[in-house]
Design a protein around this ligand. Structure first.
Ligand code: PEP
Ligand code: MG
Length: 891
């Protein structure tokens, strides 16, 4: 026990087990577990993470009693091993770091501790191998000098290289005993030169220095960077494992190696590893000698190999997961130095999880907890080859996952032309608009300088499964000159760039990609998720193609069919403008008559792809001015025509259009005449859309023998009176259409809930709604009061990076605020209609963390872009498991 505090700072290995990783670190806990289970592990003890934390808190001062604890533990170890530190049967120690979450190679290790001018002689005599003893001694000086005393490692490496050159040999193992003696003398000399004193020779002083150095290695810049990149808290500290040395460098019957119980890159169930004969651990990592494939160990040391294979098998069975282990063979005897859950690629994670279920080791539910949604996501899209090693040019928002390589183009027409010729292009825009769609469709990927996760580019790209990096603020675009500039680097049209839509990274060069890997493992795992999940999963899709894709990926219907895209297509815009500019109800109705068959054809495509499943069609949402030219452009056109005194008819038309643009112009269009507000002003629009929907549903039933469950949805409702009025329009049109056709069809009418007022009065709104669907994009915009078009390019990214808020609320739902609004809306809606079907169709419907909340709130379904459907299916199952409070497995 340490001092007068109740904190225990030190544990003998026999006191620990795998559950104690917070105290003992991952390595210490697993070593103790292996010891407990009877695997061959060198004896030792662990200084706890609490000791490291206490030392950091008091600026390097060890807590009271810690050194006494260490001395007592060394005495106990001496008793158990029958050896003494610095004694006649010398005890030699390995001092290794070991944090709670593994940080491979980030912290320090000191081996062969206890070596001195005396022990080297004894060790040489005892082992009948003086060369081994001197090799261990020179290694100790090298490590101690570097790690504990801060001598630059190259100081020793240079001497070693010089000696090898002098002797004309290539490998360290080619140096003789005499060479190594000479090297030890040189190492001592250079240490003295660097430090102005000798290295300590008292083994207890060495031990104190080594433990202290491992504590300090927690706080090196590289360790801090690694923690930041991997979300590991800075205040956990590292444990220090002190163990009796076992020697892999004791001649040709000794070896050291690392291996995985399965292949970490493919997941294949074969042992995968490397070893070196007559070497210590750092030789394998240092790459001085080329390690040999593990299978060859069987020829050299058959008994140790057989024991290793059995141990790997037993360890994997015990931990029920692929293990990454380190071992040493000392003079034919095997020792285990570490075991931990092995890191693996996404493809390997899926294969291993599935194989372990088939082998009867894991249940399906346990296997689902071994996989992350982000791993499924990686496999759904082409990805950047993980080995690329290139530095990004800049970074934007990871708006749509997957990677794209192509030549830069700056406008949609060029993208469309070159893309249609089969060329790989990446479209870069300040922000895309619906007019760019023809370029987006054929581009490999999209890059924007402005806009966020719900920006047009992001939503459209995700819908198509196309990689997109949005809002890369560091890029400057000159569309006239066709240049993209980042800092002092200038790129022209035709230069090749690579986008990583999964991370937001942009590279100024071509990088190799690996194709999507949706295979049987993927399908099997998502299939298990389907058996477990309670949330339905639908897709957001606006075309027959997207709908077909969504169905293929497992969507159970469409939760949001946005109809505005159907109005924006170039061939429809003249009719749409005619409708907007119409002076009378009759003129407007005539224009709408032209649009109706086009909409009907679109719906038929979607309904055919989705027959037998429900489809929610949302009536027109965006403000009318989106269908008109911009105020600035139109004013300039009128000016130009006036100045050039051109064609009078053309000028009249341009002026008339400018008048309409001015009339419809709003300062705040996102809070303007959108959604049902527009439909309240022009009831002919919802009427026409309803007719198109019903005609399409009947036509598909006639042709296919089956049609969809028709659900008509009214957008941006704030007042129950709005829904009541819109519902009446829709119902009248439905009745008329059905009567005219002499047919029956079930139609339900529901509403988007995307304004705070709608959540608050959801009980009133529910009186007129057959279903609710939360539009969490607008609900985030209006609930937090942040513009979905601008905020992510401005203060919001600073809020995220400065950790004012935990995540971008347009990407992952703001649980406490917007999430609470969803809860209120659901509860109040169901207080009127207990069985009310409630979905989510904002971008959050495809975000795993948000899906967890929607499950907790008891919603009926989520709806997301087609390519996120498998992720949502998986995340909905994970939400069930997480809600049960089942512990996630060891990291
Ligand atoms: C929403 O607001 O969440 C929604 C789905 O509608 P849109 O993104 O089309 O405004
Ligand atoms: Mg909306």
């Amino acid at each position: 026990m340490s001092g007068d505090t109740a904190v225990k700072y030190l544990y003998d290995m026999s006191e620990g087990d795998a559950t104690m990783r917070t105290v003992l670190g991952g390595k210490g806990a697993n070593l103790a577990e292996m010891k407990r289970l009877g695997f061959p592990v060198p004896d030792g003890f662990t200084v706890s993470t609490a000791a490291c934390v206490a030392t950091m808190e008091s600026h390097g001062e060890w807590p009271d009693g810690l050194w006494e604890d260490v001395e007592a533990a060394v005495e106990r170890l001496e008793e158990r091993t029958g050896r003494t530190l610095g004694g006649e049967r010398p005890l030699l120690l390995a001092v290794r770091s070991g944090a709670v979450f593994s940080m491979p190679g980030m912290m320090d290790t000191i081996l062969n501790l206890g070596m001195s001018d005396e022990t080297v002689e004894i060790l040489g005599a005892e082992s009948h191998d003086p060369r081994f003893a001197w090799d261990s001694y020179r290694r100790f000086i090298q490590m101690y000098g570097d790690v504990v005393e801060g001598v630059q490692p190259h100081v020793y490496e240079d001497e070693l290289t010089a000696l090898k050159a002098k002797r004309g040999v290539e490998n360290d193992t080619d140096l003789t005993t005499e060479d190594l003696k000479e090297l030890v003398a040189t190492f001592k000399e250079v240490s003295r030169r660097e430090l102005g004193r000798d290295l300590p020779t008292d083994p207890r002083e060495q031990l104190r220095g080594a433990v202290d150095a491992v504590f300090k290695s927690w706080d090196t810049p590289r360790a801090r960077v690694y923690r930041k990149a991997n979300d590991i808290p800075d205040d956990l500290g590292t444990a220090v494992n002190v163990m009796q040395m076992v020697f892999g460098n004791r001649g040709d019957t000794s070896a050291t190696g690392v291996c995985f119980t399965r292949n970490p890159s493919t997941g294949e169930n074969t042992i995968y590893g490397e070893f070196l004969i007559n070497a210590q651990g750092e030789d394998v990592v240092a790459g001085i000698r080329t390690p040999r494939p593990l299978a060859e160990l069987e020829e050299v040391l058959p008994e140790a190999y057989a024991q290793l294979v059995q141990t790997l098998h037993d360890l994997e069975a015990h931990y029920k997961d692929m293990q990454d282990i380190e071992f040493t063979v000392e003079d034919g005897t095997l020792y285990m130095l570490q075991t931990r859950t092995g890191k693996r690629t996404a493809a390997a994670a899926l294969k291993i999880a599935r194989d372990l279920v088939e082998e009867g080791v894991l249940t399906q539910e346990e296997a689902l907890q071994r996989i992350e949604a982000s791993q499924l996501d990686q496999l759904l899209h082409p990805a950047i080859d993980p080995e690329h090693g290139k530095t990004p040019l800049t970074k934007g928002l990871p708006a749509s996952p997957g990677a794209a390589v192509g030549e830069l183009v700056f406008d949609a027409d060029t993208a469309a032309e070159r893309g249609n010729n089969g060329e790989a292009v990446v479209l870069v825009r300040y922000e895309t608009t619906p007019d760019d769609i023809h370029g987006v469709i054929v581009a490999q990927g999209v890059l924007t300088a402005h806009g966020g996760m719900t920006s047009h580019a992001a939503v459209v790209a995700r819908g198509m499964g196309k990689p997109c990096v949005a809002g890369a603020q560091a890029i400057r675009l000159n569309t006239a000159e066709k240049t993209l500039t980042v800092g002092d680097k200038v790129f022209n049209e035709g230069d090749v760039i690579t986008l990583d839509g999964s991370t937001g990274d942009v590279y100024g060069e071509a990088i190799d990609l690996v194709p999507p890997q949706v295979n049987e493992d993927f399908s099997a795992i998502v299939g298990w998720a389907d058996e477990l999940r309670e949330l339905g999963v639908r897709a957001n899709a606006d075309t027959g193609e997207d709908a077909a894709k969504a169905r293929e990926l497992g969507a159970e219907g469409i939760g949001l069919c946005r109809t505005e895209h159907m109005f924006m297509a170039t061939d429809r815009l003249p009719a749409v403008r005619e409708m907007i500019l119409a002076e009378s109800v009759e003129d407007r109705a005539a224009a709408l008559e032209k649009i109706l068959p086009m909409q009907q054809a679109d719906f038929e495509g979607i309904f055919t792809a989705m027959k037998g499943l429900p489809v929610t069609v949302r009536l027109l949402d965006p403000p009318l001015h989106e269908f008109l030219p911009s105020l600035v452009d139109q004013s300039l056109l009128v000016q130009r025509l006036e100045l050039t005194g051109g064609d009078a008819e053309e000028l009249d038309e341009a002026r008339a259009l400018l008048g309409s643009v001015k009339r419809l112009h709003e300062q705040n269009p996102m809070l303007g005449t959108r959604g049902c507000r527009l439909a309240m002003l022009y009831p002919e629009i919802p009427e026409m859309q309803t007719r198109a929907i019903i005609r399409a549903a009947l036509a598909v039933r006639e042709r296919e023998g089956e049609t969809v469950g028709v659900e008509i949805m009214i957008p941006l409702v704030a007042y129950s009176a709005e829904l009541e009025a819109q519902r009446a329009i829709v119902e009248r049109a439905v009745a008329e259409e059905l009567q005219a056709a002499g047919q029956e069809i079930d139609v339900t009418v529901g509403t988007m809930i995307e304004l705070p007022r709608a959540c608050v009065v959801a009980d009133q709104i529910a009186e007129h709604a057959d279903f609710f669907s939360f539009g969490t994009n607008d609900l985030t915009q209006t609930g937090i009061g942040i513009s979905r078009d601008d905020a992510e390019g401005g203060f919001l990214s600073a809020y995220v990076s400065d950790e004012v808020i935990p995540a971008n609320p347009f990407e992952s739902i703001d649980r406490e605020g917007v999430g609470r609004l969803v809860q209120i809306g659901t509860e109040r809606g169901r207080s009127t209609k207990p069985e009310l079907k409630v979905g989510v169709c904002g971008e959050h419907g495809g975000d795993p963390a948000s899906i967890q909340l929607f499950h907790e709130l008891g919603l009926s379904y989520v709806s997301c872009s087609p390519f996120r459907v498998p992720i949502a299916r998986f995340a909905a199952a994970r939400a069930v498991l997480d809600a049960r409070g089942e512990a996630t497995p060891d990291a």
